[in-house]
Design a protein around this ligand. Structure first.
Ligand code: AMP
Length: 291
């Protein structure tokens, strides 16, 4: 695996593959790689000739009160993990390579970026994500880019601008990887104390409560959200939001039919955690398929 730190070096390293018509898979990350990230790299390895993992803690997507300075960083550990999963290139640029002096452009995605994470973290969050991912797409020019369903709204924002801007990339979303007890893996889980780690199960339990409510015949979004909130209260966790939305537009659903995304965010101690599940309700057979 080759480590590159500049856009010029990345392009040079990818040139032979591109000329030979080989496929390039890109896995954008902010590092502190865990099994969730590794599952994306494995999928990219299975599906492409060349795999690029990017490692960049993007200051533009952190708010002034967020954890940019404290965000876990372990470049050596990340390089070992990426190599072990078969990555060919690790692209780890310094901040000034991505945002040189004079940088003035923002990619803003209206609509899907506005509710939930956009409302909680401020519009600049998804502006920062959309801008850096657009840049990564232009830097690496991948055939396929891999993202986790863990950040479902982020993936929807990326699908939206890739389509809107005619970027020739397939945006592939991959399933959420969880601990055995249900907690979704996250670099921010490192902030949890032992007691907070126990209470962090509130999110996955709430998703299970939502699934159970649908399986029991519930179709009213407010009632399903209330069941999820109740499950969180049992672990003394107050959600920032529990929302039932259309998985593509993130518009709220009142009565659920077809695919619905149940999205949850909550602060547990110092960690701000998010989780989600897609529930499919087949209105003809009245059978709820759970994912
Ligand atoms: P991050 O480093 O947090 O920006 O995440 C990089 C990529 O890994 C994003 O596409 C995330 O959605 C994805 N990811 C993070 N956690 C998980 C997880 N538990 N399962 C699957 N993908 C994940």
């Amino acid at each position: 695996m080759q480590l590159v730190r500049t856009v010029a070096a990345l392009r040079e390293a990818l040139l032979p593959a591109r000329r030979a018509g080989q496929t390039i898979g890109l896995v954008p990350t902010m590092g502190a790689l865990h099994e969730g990230h590794r599952s994306l790299i494995r999928r990219a390895r299975e599906e492409n000739d060349v795999v690029v993992v990017s490692l960049f803690v993007n200051p533009a997507q952190f708010g002034p009160d967020e954890d940019l300075a404290a965000y876990p960083r372990d470049e050596q550990g990340d390089a070992d993990a990426a190599r072990a999963e078969g990555a060919d290139l690790l692209f780890a640029p310094p901040v000034q390579e991505v945002y040189p002096p004079g940088f003035s452009t923002t990619v803003h995605v209206a609509g899907v970026s506005e509710p939930l994470e956009g409302a909680q973290r401020g519009a600049s969050h998804f502006d920062g994500v959309a801008t850096v991912v657009t840049k990564l797409f232009n830097m690496a020019q991948p055939d396929v880019a891999y993202f986790g369903q863990k950040d479902a709204q982020q993936a929807a924002v990326i699908r939206r601008f890739a389509r809107d801007l005619d970027i020739p990339v397939r945006v592939q979303t991959c399933p959420i990887v969880r601990e055995d007890d249900g907690l979704a893996l996250s670099s921010r889980n490192a902030y949890l104390t032992a007691d907070e780690r126990r209470r962090a199960l509130a999110l996955s339990r709430a998703l299970q409560a939502a699934r159970d409510a649908v399986a029991a015949g519930g179709r009213d979004a407010a009632a399903i959200a209330a069941a999820a909130r109740e499950a969180m209260a049992e672990l003394d966790v107050e959600p920032e939001y529990v929302a039932l939305v259309d998985p593509e537009t993130f518009l709220p659903m009142d009565t659920i039919e077809g695919d619905v995304l149940v999205a949850i965010a909550a602060r547990v101690g110092r960690a701000r955690l998010i989780d989600n599940a897609t529930i499919t309700v087949n209105i003809d057979s009245e059978v709820a398929t759970l994912r």
